[in-house]
Design a protein around this ligand. Structure first.
Ligand SMILES: N[C@@H](CCC(=O)N[C@@H](CS)C(=O)NCC(=O)O)C(=O)O
Length: 442
């Protein structure tokens, strides 16, 4: 029986259910509902959840809302470890005790604070009501202190000595505050140890479901972004990423952020020295490692020729090929929605202009991009251009010089050229340029 899960990772109870599904490897069909775009107000969604809130599930033809009820139902319907919602009457009652208490204590107070401090300013464009924020903040502080001094004073977990659905709901509510610039772990050693323990025990899924929270917390530092559009786009993307089993956005993990706060690859760590930016990395490797001079010549003029391409490519080959690939293939695969034909056509025009410049200007009278010898410019250029094949584009068609140059670079760097491009070939052959409904099988 299929399980459809309607959710938005901008929603605390949605994340708690998503985390449970992932931890227990329960197969589900993700159905993204973007709250900031008001998708929960559609007539179609009202037939699934008449309260028009997320989360909701449809199991076969049984539709259910309310995260706590959903979690209890999943514990009954699927084979999951007993600790999530123990069968033993007293142990179950301990978990229930928290589940009932949290609604008007943790949930209501934290939501009021978050809504007033962060959400309303984004949605209305008006600054937060500071008086109300202060009132709600006081309530948040009080209720979190109860968590510290009562619930977690003697116990390892909220419902006893084993992790349960109570912890998932509790943790997802508390983590949410970080987007509004409130760290519930500050000055609360027990709450802090409990959240850290959960993260450690439930990772990588804990971080996967909190990818949006962590991203917004770090990017906006508690200050609401000026437009709901930016927030809803990132919600769309990260909700899709977080639900895809094998595509977990590992670049968003806290561990990786320590290496590259910009959350992008590639990064190198050479001893204690960490470096980002592919062009910077290639130049560094040419200086530091014993590599032949042609990769990045010591001769001033030859080096300047390589630099000329390296600087040009950022806003040309890199931007234009990557944006075409992103819009035609990558984003549709992540979001599970078809590409926007107008955007793709616009991106393709820009990419074609760039590739024609590579053909007619850069390769006009030279064998390689920066002269008569292969250099790091060719590696960067070839890798960007090869990438477009996955989106169904053949960069060599009608460009004989570019085709011959790619073959030359490949020949010079075999077998490595083929091994680094194996994924490009595999994806191109498998999908023929049409993004799959989900990247999970990639
Ligand atoms: N008690 C419900 C609360 C659900 C809820 O409030 N969801 C929020 C997102 S966190 C929502 O969908 N809000 C949309 C709205 O109120 O318009 C549960 O635990 O599932």
């Amino acid at each position: 029986m299929s399980l459809k899960f309607y959710f938005d990772i901008f929603s605390q109870p949605s994340r708690a259910v998503l985390l449970f599904l992932k931890l227990n490897k329960i197969p589900f069909e993700p159905k993204k509902i973007n709250l900031l775009r008001g998708e929960h107000y559609s007539e179609e969604y009202a037939t699934i959840n008449p309260f028009q809130k997320v989360p909701a599930v449809v199991h076969g033809n049984f539709a259910l809302s309310e995260s706590v009820a959903i979690l209890r139902y999943l514990c009954r319907e699927f084979e999951v470890a007993d600790h999530w919602y123990p069968k033993d009457s007293k142990a179950q009652a301990r978990v229930d005790e928290y589940l009932e208490w949290q609604h008007i204590e943790i949930r209501a107070n934290l939501v009021n604070y978050f809504r007033t401090k962060f959400l309303l300013p984004v949605v209305t464009g008006r600054p937060a009501d500071v008086k109300k924020v202060a009132q709600y903040e006081k309530k948040v502080t009080d209720v979190l202190n109860i968590l510290e001094d009562t619930w977690l004073s003697e116990r390892k977990y909220l419902g006893g000595d084993k992790v349960s659905i109570a912890d998932l709901l509790g943790a997802c509510e508390l983590e949410h505050l970080k987007m509004a610039g409130y760290n519930p772990q500050d000055n609360r050693p027990k709450v802090s140890a409990w959240l850290n323990k959960l993260k450690e025990e439930l990772n990588p899924h804990y971080e996967e479901v909190h990818v949006l929270v962590n991203h917004i917390a770090e990017k906006h530092k508690g200050v609401p972004p000026s437009s709901p559009d930016k927030l809803s786009s990132i919600c769309d993307l990260l909700t899709a990423i977080s639900a895809t089993p094998n595509f977990v956005g590992e670049q968003f993990s806290e561990e990786f952020a320590k290496l590259n706060p910009m959350k992008k690859v590639p990064v190198i760590k050479d001893g204690e020295f960490t470096l980002t930016e592919s062009v910077g990395i290639l130049r560094y490797l040419c200086r530091e490692k014993n590599v032949p001079d042609h990769w990045y010549p010591a001769d001033s003029k030859k080096q300047a020729r390589v630099d000329e391409y390296l600087e040009w490519q950022h806003t040309n080959t890199r931007s234009n090929c990557a944006l075409y690939f992103l819009n035609k293939f990558m984003l549709p695969g992540i979001k599970g929605t078809p590409p926007n034909p107008e955007t793709v056509a616009r991106r393709e025009r820009k990419m074609v202009e760039t590739l024609n410049e590579v053909e007619e200007i850069w390769l006009n009278n030279k064998s390689y991009l920066a002269g008569d010898k292969i250099s790091i410019a060719d590696l960067l250029g070839a890798c960007e251009i090869e990438q477009t094949r996955m989106a169904g584009y053949n960069p060599c068609e009608g460009r004989p010089k570019l085709a011959a140059w790619l073959e030359r670079v490949r020949h010079d760097t075999l077998p490595h050229y083929d091994s680094v491009h194996a994924i490009v070939r595999k994806v191109t052959e498998k999908y023929g340029g049409v993004a799959p409904a989900s990247f999970s099988k990639l």
